[in-house]
Design a protein around this ligand. Structure first.
Ligand code: AMO
Length: 439
């Protein structure tokens, strides 16, 4: 059955009212009122109601509906009709129904909107979980974000690069490395593409970006940390200072929000998310941010980093004061940033660095890099690192290196904040954390 008919997707049915169509998908729900039976069907474009009537549906198909289990895959030949009273506005009158793949009972998880299944179990059966249209929508939005950001890099003269994820180089202070046995030799999973992105700015591309996994052996049990996440990293040459990088990010964020609002309107609507477009993103030095926090009774030493609680509070204060969901916090203390950041002359003991907070959570961090080899060596030593152990990094600054800077975003963090999800794991298909490495 159906072999000679072309499949019609659920969101195309409007164009086929009154004509015989073939629809295929998963059974979301069956309601049997004896003379009339409803099958809610779902495909990649959404869900809809189909109905079987004793008078119109082939008797074998009518009987088969009684045996249908939830999440089975079926195909239906039927006629789409308008029904203004139904929430779908269109329903398909079933002529013939056949089962392609019957789902076993019971299902291991409940993937309906009313589900009480805990997140751990849902993640164990993620392929069932994301059949739910709302869960699915999160990943449609995420997919759009990648597309939009890729276009933006492309339009701005960036070259997409792929850098190794097994490496001997780790330069992110505070982020631990996962060791891998590489034919008996220890190597590490990349904790960032930092050195490589700088390498190919120096390699003459000037502007490079990479969207790829990043590994962090951190035993953090929070709603925003993972041990593997997707980094959106970029690096640009011939900058004046770190403000050029922030200017670029500001344009990128505006473009991202404007386009996702347009291109993922249906998904955002389904998830109840209203996006407001950013205007000017305020830039506050860390010292100024600490002053704001002090007014609310949160005090920090000059050298301290912000904790997640103060980032959240800062998010609220910025919203109040500047009516902005975004803020750049600039000039982090040298003590809390990696050695490769350029130090600031204007603000002593700080680096030409910034973090971007979105609704009170850090979604990106970046800086101007130190490209003067003597200064670079001195800064490494100051942080207790031996430049002789990083010759492949050091060489980048010895054979013609323009001033440069860049930043790294967490794609999972962007999705998490943009959709106001309570847990970063909701924004990742198969999250990795200290307890989870499967499936
Ligand atoms: P950083 O270590 O701040 O900077 O990471 C950049 C961005 O990656 C995201 N992120 C994480 N997301 C989920 N789980 C984690 N454990 C996690 N750690 C970080 C955050 C963060 O802002 N090389 C620099 C970037 C640069 O300067 O270009 C770096 O890796 O969104």
């Amino acid at each position: 059955m159906g072999l000679t008919m072309k499949r019609t997707l659920i969101n195309e049915l409007k164009q086929h009212l009154g004509q015989e169509v073939l629809v295929q998908g998963w059974v979301q729900e069956v309601r049997n009122l004896s003379k009339i039976k409803f099958v809610i069907l779902r495909d990649r474009t959404g869900d809809m109601q189909t109905l079987a009537l004793q008078t119109d549906t082939e008797p074998d198909s009518f009987a088969l509906i009684d045996t249908l289990t939830k999440e089975s895959v079926v195909e239906i030949i039927g006629i789409p009709k308008e029904n203004k009273e139904s929430r779908w506005e269109i329903e398909v009158l079933i002529k013939k129904l056949s089962i392609i793949s019957m789902a076993e009972v019971p299902l291991p998880t409940d993937n309906t909107d009313k589900s009480q299944t805990q997140i751990d179990k849902r993640l164990d059966y993620r392929f069932l979980d994301v059949r739910n249209v709302k869960k699915n929508a999160i990943f449609k939005v995420r997919s759009k974000l990648v597309k939009i950001v890729t276009n933006f890099f492309d339009k701005n003269g960036f070259t997409n690069i792929n850098t190794p994820k097994m490496t001997t180089i780790g330069v992110e202070s505070g982020a631990e490395l996962f060791e891998v046995n590489y034919f008996g030799k220890p190597v590490y999973l990349a904790q960032s593409p930092q050195v490589y992105k700088q390498m190919f700015v120096v390699g003459g591309f000037e502007r490079v970006y990479e969207i790829a996994p990043v590994f962090r052996a951190e035993k953090s049990h929070t709603m925003r940390h993972l041990t593997e996440f997707t980094g959106v990293d970029f690096e640009m040459g011939f900058i004046q200072d770190e403000h050029d990088v922030m200017d670029f990010i500001e344009k990128m964020v505006k473009d991202l929000l404007k386009n996702v609002k347009k291109e993922a309107a249906a998904e955002l609507g389904m998830l109840g998310v209203e996006l407001s477009l950013p205007k000017k993103i305020p830039r506050l030095t860390m010292a100024a941010a600490k002053k704001l926090l002090a007014e609310k009774g949160k005090t920090f030493s000059e050298d301290a980093d912000l904790d997640s609680e103060s980032e959240k509070l800062l998010g609220e204060l910025i919203k109040e004061k500047y009516n902005s969901e975004f803020v750049f916090i600039t000039n982090y203390p040298w003590a809390v940033k990696p050695f490769y950041h350029m130090k600031s002359e204007k603000f002593p003991n700080t680096t030409k660095s910034f973090d971007l907070l979105y609704n009170g959570v850090e979604i990106a961090s970046g800086s101007q890099r130190e490209h003067r080899v003597e200064v670079w060596r001195a800064q490494a030593r100051e942080k207790g690192l031996d430049p002789a152990t990083m010759t492949k990094y050091e060489e980048l600054f010895r054979y013609g290196c323009p001033p440069h800077g860049g930043a790294g975003f967490g794609l999972d963090r962007i999705t998490h904040r943009l959709l106001k999800l309570d847990n970063i794991r909701e924004a990742v298909l198969l999250p990795r954390d200290p307890e989870r490495v499967s499936p």
